[in-house]
Ligand binder design. Structure first.
Ligand code: FE2
Length: 384
């Protein structure tokens, strides 16, 4: 996050002696991304963060691709993915390519028995149902309906849910996920024209410092494998840190829509970006106010992008037969547009209550076996 944040205690000068009450040194760790070029934070641990006791197992958790090359528009029923107790088991990758995995999850239980770290990808969780706390080695972030949680690669975390009724859209990206560069000035500050600003971000708080030794399992995702690694001390033993590399939250309800006299293109809804895809938030907003405007979108040919839309709430203006948790995939190569009746039907309406998350990828998305299980099958013919 191009924003400086700090929690706890650390020395005034970096890379200098910082001593514990018993006179021993705290253990400094530079936690950076993109080699030493990306954003980084400096952490101070009670114990060395390198104390691996054992590597217990390594399991291949790569998604199973069912259709790698296709041209079929699809409608998936996300809520038909059955709930599972374990947070990682519950995650079902649906649409994937070399740099991104998009899926849904319905975890029933909090992740407390082990810790998790994704060393391959930044993770973006969108909370559709449920409340709780994301607990990380850099502090905690309470979450609720509508929150995006951005967890940079390598962050060790657990997640606690208040109830068993949880629904999450998630995205794993091997390219770092940032706020759009065009929303930021030369210094990284979000511009006045940005649909959100720094005040809207939920930064980590309540740093937990656990002084415990023993056996602590971290499940580490790397190269599509899940390695179970046992460490000799509690992973949350940081007494202080500062820097730019940390998890944060942002509520979709704080995205301020940009509207116009005539239909505005999807980039006005953009919330995050990477080198290989964008994430857009469609939120309740006033419709276009030209006297002859047509609020529903025109047919469009995203010829070289795949478009995934996750429907959260409200009546989606350009689609019929859509409910919360539904996912549509409009693959590149063919045009798509509003369903019959919705284009004309949108005329004269003053606003929409729709809430949706869109992920447009610049490389085609393969469809997984898990996706076929919740595919309605005939969506590609729904414009006839
Ligand atoms: Fe579209």
């Amino acid at each position: 996050m191009p924003l400086y944040h700090q929690l706890g205690q650390f020395p005034q000068k970096r890379h200098t002696q910082f001593r514990q009450p018993d006179g021993s040194l705290y253990h400094e760790q530079l936690f950076g991304t993109i080699g030493f070029d990306g954003m980084s934070s400096l952490l101070y641990h009670l114990r060395r963060p390198t104390q691996v006791r054992d590597i217990v197992s390594s399991v291949d958790v790569s998604p199973k691709v069912a259709e790698a090359k296709h041209i079929k528009s699809r409608k998936l029923v996300g809520f038909n993915v059955p709930p599972e107790d374990d947070f990682l088991d519950s995650r079902k990758a649906l649409l994937v390519n070399k740099t991104v995995q998009i899926g849904v999850a319905a975890p029933r239980k909090s992740l407390t028995d082990y810790f998790y770290k994704n060393a391959d990808s930044d993770e973006l969780l969108f909370i559709h149902r449920g409340t709780g706390t994301l607990r990380t080695l850099l502090g905690n972030i309470p979450f609720e309906y509508g929150d995006y949680l951005l967890i940079p690669r390598g962050m060790i975390y657990q997640i606690e849910f208040d109830t068993e009724d949880n629904r999450i859209l998630y995205c794993e990206s091997t390219d770092p996920i940032y706020t759009p560069k065009r929303y930021r000035n030369h210094f990284g500050q979000l511009l006045e024209s940005s649909p959100f600003c720094e005040r809207d971000l939920k930064l980590p708080q309540d740093l937990e410092t656990h002084d415990e030794t023993g056996e602590f399992t971290i499940k580490i995702k790397k190269q599509g494998m899940l390695h179970e690694v046992v460490y000799a001390s509690h992973p949350f033993d940081v007494v202080g840190w500062d820097g730019y590399n940390f998890p944060y939250g942002f509520s979709i309800h704080n995205f301020e829509p940009i509207t116009g006299r005539v239909h505005q293109p999807p980039p006005v809804h953009q919330t995050f970006e990477t080198k290989s895809f964008v994430v857009c938030s469609f939120v309740p907003r006033l419709y276009d106010y030209h006297p002859l405007s047509i609020p529903a979108p025109y047919n469009h040919s995203n010829i070289d992008s795949d478009e995934m839309l996750y429907y959260v709430d409200g009546d989606f203006m350009s689609r019929t037969g859509i409910g919360p948790g539904y996912i549509s995939l409009h693959p590149g190569g063919i045009p798509h547009g509003p369903h019959p009746g919705t284009y004309e039907g949108s005329i004269g309406h003053k606003g929409t209550e729709e809430l949706a998350v869109m992920i447009d990828t610049f490389a085609p998305l393969a469809v997984t076996e898990e996706a076929l299980k919740i595919d309605t099958g005939d969506y590609h013919q729904s414009w006839l």
